[in-house]
Every structure is written in C-alpha cells, then in structure tokens.
Design a protein around this ligand. Structure first.
Ligand SMILES: NC(=O)c1ccc[n+]([C@@H]2O[C@H](COP(=O)([O-])OP(=O)(O)OC[C@H]3O[C@@H](n4cnc5c(N)ncnc54)[C@H](OP(=O)(O)O)[C@@H]3O)[C@@H](O)[C@H]2O)c1
Length: 256
C-alpha cells in the first residue's frame, strides 16, 4: 500500500527539504501551506503529491484540514508550519504575536491530538513536532514570544511522547529542536543569524532518521548538541542573559 506523509509548511525551508527526502523514499505527499503557486511547483517537481492550501493560523482552515485528514490513509504527520519575530517585547506587533501563538502553539497542539487519534485508528505512525533549540532554553529576550511558543512545543511533546510510550501506543511522537537553519525563517522573522546555520537538507535528513528511530528530542548538528548539553549545567538566569545577547546580535541594524 502507498505510504503517505502530511507536511505542514511544505512550501519552503525544512518542510520542503523533508518533502524531497520522503518523496525519494517512496512516500506520497500531502503538502500544506498558504502559497498555492509554490506548492503546485513543488508537487509538479516531486510527483506523487497533492497540495492543501490553508492558512493554519485560521481556525476554520484547521478544521478543514482535520476533516480532510480523516479520509487520508497517512503514516507520517509533520507539524512544521511556524514563524518567529524579533525585537523588543513592548514594541512587537500584538496581532503578529497572536498569529504566531496561534500557529506555533494552538495549531500544533490541536493537530498533535487529532492526528494521534487518527493514527491510533490506522494502527500506528509518526508525528514530528518542529520546535527549536529555543524551546530547550528558559527564555529568549528580544525574541521572547517565539522562545515561549517553542518551549510550549517541547514541553507538550515530551509529556505526550511519555504517555504514548507508557501505554505502548503504536504512535510515535518526536520533537525536532534545531539551532539556526538556512531557510526563509530569517526573512520572515526580520533577523540575521548571529551563528552560522546548518542546511535545511541536513536538518531534515537527520530529523527524519531519528524520527524513524522513535527518538523523542532531536537536536541536529554536533555544535548544537554540545551547546544543549552544557546548557544543563548553567543557571537559568545566565542562560537567559546569554540567549538575549545572541538575539540582540540578530536584530537587523535597521531595527536597532
Ligand atoms: N530556520 C531556523 O533557524 C529554525 C530553527 C529552529 C526551528 N525552526 C522552525 O522550523 C519550522 C519551519 O521553519 P523554516 O525554518 O523552514 O522557515 P520557512 O522557510 O519560513 O518555512 C516556514 C513554512 O511555514 C509555512 N507557514 C507559515 N505560516 C503559515 C500559516 N499561517 N499557515 C500555513 N503555513 C504557514 C510557510 O509557508 P507559506 O508562507 O507558503 O504559508 C513555510 O512553508 C518553523 O516551525 C520554525 O519555527 C526554524
């Protein structure tokens, strides 16, 4: 039987890189994002794909995707659509933050639940929630809301993955926590990375490999693994100050 993977945020970056890999592995794809033309071009290039155009920060659009998924025999769901924003908390646009919180937290939350229920009925499968290394840190000044949304994703994923393991669920839940990755993220978040990023292709290949091994927290790249390991031994206050220094460097000169 044809295996199907559903990827949100498949029109660029990490989601697109995952689509290419899974397509090469013989998966049929459901590609979800807002930019229809981009999705059409990707589907044409990869073949064996269907597109689902939706703004996942919109409740009605999420319900539409959820209803559609009930009739698709998929095995993998990648909760990847998300974005960040950079700047002083008091000057950040509230509507943009609301949209970020809705997409990065609420949409991911609802699809983790709905998809796990569907996959249990299918007899099993994989969910990959895309968080960030930001989600493993206590807070990130100048990118406060984004860090907080990703902390929610890692916390939720760790807890739910444990519940699944304890009940020996056939559904595996993993959480991807990359550091900087070269994608369109910067452009959307209006930042310049302070550290060199890894490629979306490397990040996606590593993440999928670990997902199939049912690993819960996935951190791609040796340097980021090292940073996450040593962060365990530092006081929270110091970690927040270090994160703030790094974020401040990212703010584009024009915004300072
Ligand atoms: N790049 C990094 O350094 C980095 C590091 C850690 C974690 N991450 C996480 O990785 C994930 C993917 O980001 P990326 O780096 O690949 O950035 P990207 O190239 O900007 O990709 C983001 C994807 O999300 C989709 N998206 C955004 N808003 C959406 C909405 N309202 N509804 C549906 N789709 C939406 C975008 O498609 P449309 O615009 O076509 O809708 C796009 O396909 C995000 O969750 C991000 O937080 C990125």
């Amino acid at each position: 039987m044809k295996k199907i993977a559903v990827i949100t945020g498949a029109s660029s970056g990490i989601g697109f890189a995952m689509a290419k890999i899974l397509s090469n592995q013989g998966y049929g794809l459901v590609l979800v994002a807002r930019r229809e033309k981009r999705l059409q071009e990707i589907a044409k290039t990869l073949g064996n794909s269907q597109i689902f155009v939706a703004d996942l920060s919109n409740e009605a659009e999420c319900v539409r995707l959820e209803d559609f998924l009930k009739s698709v025999d998929f095995e993998i769901f990648i909760n990847n659509a998300g974005f960040g924003d950079c700047g002083n908390f008091l000057e950040s646009d509230l509507e943009k933050e609301k949209s970020m919180i809705t997409l990065n937290i609420w949409t991911l939350h609802r699809f983790t639940k709905a998809v796990a229920q569907i996959l249990e009925r299918h007899g099993g499968g994989f969910i990959l929630n895309v968080a960030s290394s930001a989600g493993l840190l206590p807070g990130g000044p100048y990118m406060a809301t984004y860090y907080a949304t990703k902390a929610y994703v890692t916390s939720l994923s760790l807890a739910v993955a444990r519940e699944f393991k304890e009940k020996q669920s056939p559904v595996s839940l993993s959480c991807l926590c990359p550091g900087p990755v070269d994608t369109e993220f910067n452009q959307v978040a209006n930042v310049e990375f302070a550290l060199p990023g890894i490629s979306a292709e490397f990040c996606a290949a590593y993440a999928l490999k670990q997902m199939f091994r049912r690993k819960t927290i996935i951190v791609p790249g040796f340097m980021m693994k090292l940073a996450v390991f040593f962060a365990r031994f530092l006081p929270r206050k110091l970690l927040v100050a270090i994160a703030g220094r790094q974020q401040k460097k990212k703010i584009k000169k024009s915004n300072v």
